[in-house]
Design a protein around this ligand. Structure first.
Ligand code: T6T
Length: 328
């Protein structure tokens, strides 16, 4: 092609490209969505990130992933501030505390950045109601954690034959998810299992080693301890390790919330009776899809509920079940 002709073809092409781009809906122009997890190294959030990436790729959205190394509001707030300063088009966040993240998140909205919470919520989790001080997020995408606690109670009751002593190994009060799991667990026990005593909850601050030593301390005070409900990944892994270290494998039953890869061996050895897997990839996928829908002019549901897969030694090798084991 002669140089002039080539230049003409080039500018024609550029013109066509500009026309094509301006014909696309506003949302198709490189939107950036930030995802702030509870902490970056937890397989639950790593799996959520993978789901979010898949949706971002499908929709042509840029995904920003920034989080703290621990599940802790004091560490999460500066991460949130840094993300707000970069001004993404929307923020997806798993707030690490129901109250401490309210004002920091209000700053995002004041900066014109819509907020959707994933996994956990702020306030009472009822958004867009027109009342309360924390109804401003657009949507809450998560498991039904009260139901998850009820499932755990039924499974643990069955594992210990409907009678005996159990306790909940939990993170710390003020986290919507784990508070609700404990609530569901206790209400189900109270309603249906009168011969089961639920001892005081042990809070481990999301540290598996603490959960393991607490198991041994509870056992020392209650030699007839029958079971434990680990209300999240680190609580469950820690409690199971405590049972193993105490030489009580199969004697003290463990019901685990969450399903990291290590749970497979624990289910097979009988250390863990059941694992209640959440669907974090789904939470991430729908989080990005909801943000995209909102940013391109669609309305979105105020609540998107994702499900559970109950995993046991019997079904863990079924590929349709195995796919819900989290990623490292
Ligand atoms: O159980 C999940 C999550 O749902 C919870 O909010 C915090 O703990 C986990 O990330 C598991 O470690």
């Amino acid at each position: 092609m002669k140089p002039r002709l080539a230049r003409l073809a080039g500018s024609l092409f550029a013109g066509v490209l500009t026309l094509a781009l301006s014909a696309l809906p506003a949302g198709a122009k490189s939107l950036t969505v930030a995802l702030i997890p509870g902490l970056t190294t937890d397989p639950f959030y790593i799996t959520m990130h993978n789901g979010a990436e898949a949706a971002a790729k499908a929709l042509g959205v840029k995904l920003m992933w920034q989080g703290a190394p621990e599940f802790n509001a004091t560490l999460q707030v500066p991460v949130l501030d840094a993300v707000i300063a970069r001004h993404p088009d929307a923020i997806l966040i798993a707030p690490t505390d129901t109250t401490e993240l309210i004002e920091p998140l209000r700053k995002a909205v004041a900066a014109g950045i819509p907020v959707i919470t994933v996994d956990t919520y702020i306030g009472n989790g009822h958004y867009q109601t027109g009342f309360g001080n924390a109804d401003f997020p657009l949507s809450y995408i998560a498991s039904d954690n009260v139901l998850g606690g009820e499932i755990a109670a039924r499974a643990l009751a069955e594992a210990i034959g409907g009678k005996g002593k159990v306790y909940v190994s939990n993170v710390k009060p003020g986290i919507s998810t784990t508070d609700q799991r404990e609530q569901g667990f206790k209400q189900e026990m109270k309603a249906h299992f009168p011969h089961i005593t639920v001892l005081s909850t042990q809070f481990n601050n999301d540290d598996a080693n603490t959960a393991a030593s607490q198991l041994q301390a509870v056992l020392a005070r209650n030699p007839d301890l029958g079971g434990v409900f680990g209300a999240n990944l680190f609580s469950a892994l820690g409690a199971a390790n405590g049972v193993k270290a105490a030489g009580k494998l199969g004697k003290i039953k463990v019901v685990a919330f969450d399903a990291p890869p290590a749970i497979v061996g624990d289910l097979k050895s009988g250390l863990v009776s059941i694992a209640i897997a959440q669907h974090p990839a789904e939470i991430g996928w729908f989080g990005v899809a909801a943000a995209y829908a909102h940013l391109t002019g669609q309305s979105i549901p105020v609540r998107i509920g994702t499900g559970f897969t109950v995993i046991t030694a019997k079904n863990v090798d079924d590929p349709n079940v195995r796919k819900f084991i989290y990623h490292n």
